[in-house]
Design a protein around this ligand. Structure first.
Ligand code: BGC
Length: 417
């Protein structure tokens, strides 16, 4: 049974609801997966702003980096007729939910606040379905970062790597100095994040052909074989305990000098900030080797669900959409989250060096064609295609499969409908 049909069966009369709404402050139920230290502080800013504006915040936080568990919980809620007011949905999944006819447009806010002129065109487009704004964007995360513990780098006597040979030289020095070179977690989205970083190091055009266009020739090329070989080599620098490890626990290994480096998007920087660590002095953020001119973007957004008995957004939903795009909110949110405001021209006075570098690199990448959507973070492909590719990478990283076999499997996965 389609979501649409289920929603129709579960419909409640408008009269019943308008009575209860008039009596109590509107409660906004919000489903998200922001549960780590930095993430909780960031979403706390929105919660406080909504509470100050007179709304009751009903928190549905579903732990699990990358959001797979949250997406499963969301489906259950919608199918059982309890859709939240807002949910953390991003990329092409916004359109997939809109097609189910369960979202409400927020055009009135987007138009009066002139979102079109305030967002990079690619992101403005992602927020719309069928000509209507249905999602509000928070911030831009850059995915292709390498975080390095400064003391570990100094102890090993290495320098910040800009190429893979330099990276392996630093990793060897860390190993020799008794430091685990690479902190890695154990979930498939973390493996896919590393893999797409390595694919990007073959060039932004290569990445686009492989990951955005799913071009068979590129997917089976010698460069793709080389990407799998590089991932295999990096695996040699993990510790033994990564099975099931969450991303923020891997970040904590770098924060506490238990490991030297981590490949992760800049939500990891929210953890460093939350632990009182300073970029430059305590840790270094560097683009993944070979990717300094490119930028894999990951834009978080909320969509707004139809509430029982109405087809239009509630006052609370419109207020939330407006607040999410408020420049001062975006500055504070990003400060905790590790991202940069998605709103063009939003203030960045509180930003650290890494955020400033992210902003500058973003502008350069947009102008030079190096601004590409992250596959691992739901920006590049449908859920089905991203899931099929993710399975290939996970199998490769958890077996002795050869790069040739992985490339063949990748080419098949890319044909998923
Ligand atoms: C989300 C981030 C989140 C990260 C870890 C990403 O997919 O976009 O907001 O911090 O997953 O959970």
């Amino acid at each position: 049974m389609k979501l649409r049909a289920i929603m129709a069966v579960l419909c409640v009369t408008p009269l019943m609801l308008s009575v209860s709404r008039a009596q109590a402050a509107e409660s906004v139920a919000v489903l998200h997966w922001w549960t780590s230290g930095g993430e909780s502080k960031a979403v706390g800013v929105l919660k406080d702003d909504m509470t100050k504006a007179g709304y009751k915040w009903n928190d549905f936080a579903v732990a699990g980096g990358g959001g797979a568990a949250a997406m499963t919980a969301l489906k259950t809620q919608v199918i059982s007729g309890n859709a939240p007011s807002a949910a953390q949905i991003k990329g092409p999944l916004i359109q997939e939910w809109a097609e189910q006819d369960v979202l409400v447009p927020i055009d009135s806010v987007a138009k009066s606040e002139n979102w079109k002129a305030s967002l990079p065109p690619a992101i403005d487009k992602l927020m719309q379905a069928d000509g209507h704004y249905v999602a509000a964007p928070f911030s831009v995360h850059r995915v292709n970062w390498l975080y390095i513990n400064k003391a570990a780098l100094d102890k090993a006597g290495g320098k910040v790597p800009t190429t893979w040979p330099e990276f392996f030289a630093v990793a060897d020095k860390m190993k020799a100095a008794g430091i685990t070179p690479v902190a890695m977690g154990g979930q498939s989205w973390q493996e896919l994040t590393l893999w797409e970083d390595v694919v990007l190091s073959q060039g932004a055009d290569f990445y686009k052909k492989a990951i955005v266009d799913l071009d068979q020739k590129t997917l089976t090329s010698p460069q793709m074989m080389q990407a799998f070989d590089t991932v295999r080599k990096i695996q040699g620098y993990f510790d033994q305990g990564r099975t099931g490890r969450d991303w923020n626990l891997a970040t904590a290994m770098v924060i506490r000098s238990n490991a030297g480096m981590q490949f992760m998007g800049d939500w990891a920087k929210g953890e460093f900030a939350s632990a009182g660590k300073k970029s430059g002095a305590d840790f270094i953020c560097a683009p993944v080797p070979g990717t300094s001119n490119a930028y894999t973007f990951n834009v978080d957004s909320f969509v707004f669900f139809k509430q029982k008995g109405r087809d239009t957004a509630t006052p609370g939903q419109l207020a939330m959409a407006k607040e999410i795009m408020n420049p001062a909110f975006q500055e504070q949110f990003s400060f905790y989250k590790g991202s940069i405001p998605v709103r063009l021209g939003a203030p960045m006075a509180k930003s650290d060096d890494c955020a400033k570098k992210s902003y500058n690199d973003e502008q350069v990448a947009i102008d030079s064609g190096g601004y590409v959507p992250s596959l691992a973070h739901g920006m590049a492909q449908s859920d089905a295609v991203a899931g099929a590719i993710s399975d290939v990478v996970t199998k490769f990283m958890n077996s002795n499969q050869t790069s040739q076999d992985a490339v063949n499997a990748l080419a098949r996965a890319a044909k998923t409908k």
